[in-house]
Design a binder for this molecule. Structure first.
Ligand code: PLP
Length: 439
């Protein structure tokens, strides 16, 4: 039993002193039951984890595909499923990595720990190319380099209280849901009606944190300026924060669609933006992304005093993260070089050409398909009222094509199926040929 508690306190003049607090308990011969965590006084878990849905989507897909391959050895199975990139890193990125490796081999240029929130050379490239070029100005300390968007999206909730109500689209990239379940927050699901282009609808009730993803995984839809403006106004009115995931912004082809939420007036006061080099430049296995937390952005403590989210996130990152590797940050910087941009654009154009082939193939085969114009995902309606898993089985067994059942992204994904444009062009052409014969 812990009955002596010391606390270090600071006086106004900055002098520290110790407060010794002594608690007196009535001690029974069996120990103090109230002091125990459970009946047997054992380590306890975060009970919220028991509320998580079993994450079986991609493991179930892998199990079914492996079973099919075992039964049909030599079958030419084409994957348009998991959504990982297939093209190698660009020449500029590879060159930058080689140079950085050589620097690490030399005592004069070797680097140890990177700054927790990123090197200035990468932040400057981001500020100049992703923001100033669109008339948006930030300073270096509003950019936080990370090891990809997923970890920062997953951890950002650490700086909000568990009492906040979170609004999340259905269907959705599952990380937003699972991390908030882990933290015990109440979630409101936003409907994304097909007749509204799968755009999440503004709820009647108040949400404190709102996750928006545009271009969207899985529906391939995008939010236009008017829709984003409505969300910014909602957040201003309700003193909420929008967590804007634009991991796929490089795939936007329509010049009217915003790439950044900060293209909307007032967004700096209500939004955090998450970006990634994963899909932009093939960094899924390299790991680099960044978060923008504007200095204007505030949240409140229990007394109603405002607190800078930029300061809290900096505190979070400097405590829990030790920086992205120097070699990787140099690789990301090379994405913004003239050659790097050209090579990156060429790879994205290849993927989007695949998207075009998939959309055309599906439409001529009689499917209703969405997305694939400003995003590398195609969201198709399953035919003849099939469930998304039934359609998965049909496509695998009859066409040897692997996609992702829509229901894996939330209940409203039932009746839909996701195909990805991340594939080799010849495989996409072959896949569409097979689907054409299916219907
Ligand atoms: N956001 C969305 C919508 C995604 O689909 C993904 C990856 O698939 C990510 C974020 C995470 O990307 P990464 O952690 O590779 O940067």
């Amino acid at each position: 039993m812990n009955f002596i508690n010391t606390k270090v306190q600071r006086t106004q003049s900055g002098v520290y002193f110790c407060v010794l607090r002594v608690f007196v308990f009535t001690v029974s011969p069996f120990g103090n039951i109230a002091d125990k965590k459970n009946l047997y006084n054992m380590i306890t878990v975060n009970e919220n984890f028991k509320l998580l849905n079993e994450s079986y989507l991609f493991s179930e897909i892998a199990r079914k595909v492996n079973a099919y391959k075992t039964q049909n050895p030599g079958a030419d199975v084409i994957s348009l499923g998991i959504g990982d990139v297939t093209e190698p890193l660009s020449e500029s990125v590879i060159q930058a990595m080689h140079t950085a490796v050589d620097e690490m081999a030399d005592r004069n240029t070797f680097r140890g720990y990177a700054p927790e929130c990123g090197y200035d050379f990468l932040k400057n490239a981001i500020l100049e190319n992703d923001y100033s070029a669109r008339g948006i100005n930030f300073s270096q300390d509003e950019i936080f380099i990370n090891d990809g968007a997923k970890s920062s999206l997953g951890h950002f909730g650490d700086i909000f209280s568990a009492e906040n109500i979170v609004a999340i689209s259905d269907p959705v990239y599952p990380v937003y849901v699972d991390t908030n379940v882990m933290e015990g927050r109440k979630i409101i699901y936003l409907t994304c009606p097909p007749e509204k282009g799968f755009a999440p609808q503004i709820p009647d009730e108040k949400a404190d944190v709102i996750y928006l993803c545009s271009p969207n995984n899985p529906t391939g839809s995008v939010l236009n300026r008017e829709q984003l403006t409505a969300w910014v106004k909602y957040a201003q009115k309700n003193r909420s924060v929008i967590l804007f995931d634009s991991a796929y912004e490089a795939y936007i082809s329509d010049p009217a669609i915003p790439h950044s939420i900060y293209e909307i007036d007032g967004a700096k006061e209500v939004a955090v933006e998450f970006r990634s080099f994963s899909k932009t430049a093939g960094f899924t296995g390299v790991r680099c992304g960044y978060t923008v937390v504007p200095k204007e952005l505030q949240a409140y403590d229990k007394t109603g005093s405002s607190i800078s989210l930029n300061a809290l996130w900096r505190r979070h990152q400097s405590t829990k993260f030790n920086g992205t590797a120097y070699i990787i940050q140099r690789a990301a910087e090379a994405v913004y070089s003239t050659e790097g941009k050209r090579q990156t654009q060429a790879t994205i154009a290849n993927y989007m050409n695949n998207a075009k082939t998939i959309l055309a193939g599906l439409k001529s085969a009689g499917f209703k398909a969405h997305g694939g114009v400003n995003a590398p995902y195609i969201w198709l309606e399953t035919p003849d009222g099939m469930t998304s898993w039934e359609f998965f089985d049909k496509l695998l067994n009859e066409c040897q094509i692997v996609g992702t059942p829509g229901v894996g992204f939330g209940p409203s994904g039932e009746g839909y199926f996701r195909l990805t444009a991340f594939a080799k062009a010849e495989n996409v052409a072959k896949a569409m040929d097979r689907i054409g014969k299916l219907m």
